[in-house]
Design a protein around this ligand. Structure first.
Ligand SMILES: *[C@@H]1O[C@H](CO)[C@@H](O)[C@H](O)[C@H]1NC(C)=O
Ligand SMILES: *[C@@H]1O[C@H](CO)[C@@H](O)[C@H](O)[C@H]1NC(C)=O
Ligand SMILES: *[C@@H]1O[C@H](CO)[C@@H](O)[C@H](O)[C@H]1NC(C)=O
Ligand SMILES: *[C@@H]1O[C@H](CO)[C@@H](O)[C@H](O)[C@H]1NC(C)=O
Ligand SMILES: *[C@@H]1O[C@H](CO)[C@@H](O)[C@H](O)[C@H]1NC(C)=O
Length: 230
């Protein structure tokens, strides 16, 4: 009991003297994971104790883990999609191993259709049109035939897996050839692209009449030139 009494009456400066001069770094506050829209200004925070004062360094781990600014606050003005990912904050001093914490940053952006694949399919077979968008969050997809919205039925099925959608025409008829539109939407925007179902042999041109005409005139010309030479 005597010892505890002594402890309670120790003056503050004695406690300070006993405080070690070297304290390993400890991060006591770091930003929570968060989601922002592309273009936002963001600040990541990482506060640490230690003796001597730890230095704070930041890295974005994916893809290259290059070093970013040094300091407790990492400011990013007008954040872009490539700056999304896992940020590492490291507090180091010479005392012991650094303390490390992470902040995951999600950057929302509107859809952008990056790939479409048209199809050349004979009558009676299944035609598959591809459409792939990049967007965060994941987009909703719609398919249109000209202006008419398509929904899954006996004749067409709309498949969606991740960032890709397929329109499968189960049994292609003459009427199915033509222009389809893939539309990708999320809450930041919408993007569309044309995809075609071609009849084989039309040389990726739905209306082959121009080519037929051209070869007809070429043929006529060559016949005429032969006739004129005679
Ligand atoms: C972001 O910061 C810049 C200055 O760094 C400022 O001009 C701009 O208005 C800010 N944007 C937003 C959305 O706050
Ligand atoms: C495709 O449609 C044609 C005409 O309607 C039909 O004769 C044929 O059996 C169908 N083929 C398949 C695989 O469903
Ligand atoms: C295909 O359809 C879309 C939407 O209806 C239209 O904007 C586009 O011009 C069409 N493309 C062709 C080649 O007809
Ligand atoms: C595709 O985008 C164009 C231009 O933004 C728009 O005029 C057209 O209506 C869109 N088509 C569909 C089917 O949403
Ligand atoms: C092809 O062209 C003809 C006449 O030039 C036209 O009547 C027909 O609608 C066209 N077909 C398509 C699929 O555009």
């Amino acid at each position: 009991t005597q010892i505890s009494q002594h402890a309670s009456v120790f003056p503050a400066h004695v406690v300070l003297l006993c405080f070690p001069l070297s304290v390993p770094p400890v991060i006591y506050k770091v930003s929570e994971d968060f989601t922002v829209n592309e273009g936002s200004n963001v600040t990541l925070t990482c506060l640490a104790n230690g003796r001597p004062d730890p230095s704070i360094t930041w890295r974005l781990l994916n893809p290259s883990a290059e070093a970013l600014d040094v300091g407790e606050y990492l400011e990013i003005s007008g954040i872009v999609r490539s700056q999304a990912g896992r940020y590492e904050c490291k507090a180091s001093n010479d005392v012991s191993t650094p303390d490390v914490k992470y902040v995951n940053v999600v950057v929302n952006y509107p859809p952008y259709i990056k790939e479409v694949r048209s199809s050349e399919t004979p009558v009676g077979q299944a035609g598959v049109l591809h459409c792939e968008a990049s967007a965060v969050p994941q987009p909703e997809y719609e398919w249109y035939r000209d202006e008419r919205r398509l929904s899954s039925s006996q004749s067409v099925s709309i498949q969606i897996s991740g960032s890709r959608t397929l329109l499968v025409v189960a049994n292609v008829t003459e009427d199915d050839y033509g222009n389809y539109t893939c539309v990708a939407t999320n809450r930041l925007g919408v993007h569309n692209a044309s995809v075609f179902l071609y009849k084989p042999g039309t040389g990726r041109d739905i209306n082959a009449s121009c080519c037929v005409c051209q070869s007809f005139w070429l043929l006529l010309l060559s016949v005429l030139s032969v006739l004129l030479k005679c």
